[in-house]
Design a protein around this ligand. Structure first.
Ligand SMILES: Nc1ncnc2c1ncn2[C@@H]1O[C@H](COP(=O)(O)OP(=O)(O)OP(=O)(O)O)[C@@H](O)[C@H]1O
Ligand SMILES: [Mg+2]
Length: 367
């Protein structure tokens, strides 16, 4: 081949598949720009999320495919960018127009570390470059402001025709909490009916701007309050947090059934407090049992997004308002949480690509 053409590069990239989306980059419309200057090739690949777990693999696959198809190429520069796909939902577009995806973090049982996981996942996605918001919808004990080190209350500002609340921000996360609206001393029975009203207000009266992912920390359990909430929020999908012991797994299963009932896809299970590694001896202790989350995911046919061990630094991070993924980013457990965030982002992309394809098929079918 004497002269390298853009078409040669496109042909080469047709051989590179996105392993999650099971199609090649050209078909997926991910190849955004190709420049050829003599024997130097630059290509821009647009991923469906900045938190793509396969970013490095796709990049090296592109280089390998171009080298194979165009042996005369000398410098191959693959630039990776991203644009998060949006969940198409009419209700969501009406109430949260700038928000691409909404994710509930839920658990059947209380105290499994749901809020800790929600906060750290939010920070993990933001660290990868996504625009992230977090709504603390746990009426029983809103804890996220503390975990994100946010003490003040949100401010209200006058929009052109209405009043809007500005979310608070820390670590690149925008936050609203039900704790800003309700008084801690109010009895729980009064808080129930307020929950869906407050969450509705968070969606319609807060200036979220543009967000790739808006995460909701739900109250633990699968009762009426939770069911009303998952019907009120136009959800893209849910994540279920569990600990490995049997009682928690049974409740996680109930959580999955609740989402199935209202047709909200479950993107996966996160097992928290998976085990403890003693810092002095390095010995591993399976305090709450072993492998339960992964087994449950297999049984329920939902992805296992990953496990997070018991680590006193995770608890300390929550107490002092500095999530571990931000505060100790190089620790093994922070890397585990980053990976869970990327697995979640991949599942969201897969969901949105599949539902977009379904839409196309339905449109074609109507013709
Ligand atoms: N992997 C972990 N290692 C150590 N401590 C943890 C871990 N996950 C959570 N914790 C701690 O366990 C406690 C409970 O966690 P968290 O508040 O996140 O649970 P939750 O499921 O949101 O609880 P609730 O049902 O009350 O809302 C907190 O003190 C938190 O810091
Ligand atoms: Mg909580």
């Amino acid at each position: 081949m004497s002269v390298i053409l853009k078409e040669n590069v496109i042909d080469a990239l047709k051989n590179v598949n996105d392993p999650d989306l099971h199609k090649d980059l050209v078909t997926l419309n991910m190849v955004k720009e190709i420049t050829v200057e003599g024997k130097n090739i630059t290509a821009v690949i647009e991923l469906t999320t900045p938190a793509c777990p396969l970013k490095d693999k796709i990049q090296s696959d592109c280089v390998a495919a171009i080298k194979k198809e165009i042996p005369s190429a000398e410098n191959i520069n693959i630039k990776m960018t991203s644009r998060v796909l949006s969940h198409n939902n009419d209700k969501k577009s009406a109430i949260l127009p700038g928000v691409k995806n909404t994710i509930a973090v839920a658990s059947g049982k209380g105290g499994v570390g749901k809020s800790t996981v929600a906060v750290n996942l939010a920070v993990a996605l933001a660290k990868d470059g996504a625009k992230v918001g977090l709504i603390d919808a746990d009426i029983y004990g809103p804890s996220i402001p503390i975990m994100l080190g946010i003490g003040e209350k949100p401010k209200i500002f006058q929009d052109t025709d209405s009043q809007k609340m500005m979310p608070l921000e820390n670590f690149g996360i925008k936050l609203m909490s039900i704790g800003f609206l309700i008084d801690d001393s109010q009895p729980i029975i009064w808080r129930g009916p307020m929950a869906s009203g407050a969450v509705k207000q968070f969606m319609s009266d807060v200036n979220w701007g543009e967000l790739d992912y808006l995460i909701f920390d739900l109250p633990p359990g699968t009762g009426d309050i939770q069911l009303t909430l998952v019907q009120t929020i136009p959800l893209t999908g849910a994540v279920i947090v569990t600990t490995p012991q049997q009682v928690s797994l049974i409740d996680a299963q109930k959580g999955l059934q609740m989402f199935n009932r209202v047709n909200v896809p479950v993107f996966g299970i996160v097992e928290n407090m998976s085990y403890f590694i003693a810092p002095d001896t390095g010995n591993r202790y399976d305090i709450f049992g072993n492998g339960g989350g992964e087994k449950l995911a297999l049984e329920l046919k939902v992805p296992f997004l990953g496990g997070i061990p018991i680590d006193p630094r995770i608890r300390e991070g929550g107490d002092k308002g500095k999530p571990i993924v931000y505060d100790i980013p190089d620790s093994e457990n922070s890397e585990k949480i980053m990976e869970i965030g990327r697995n979640l982002a991949a599942q969201i992309s897969i969901n949105n690509i599949n539902s977009a394809n379904q839409k196309v098929e339905i449109l074609l079918g109507d013709d």
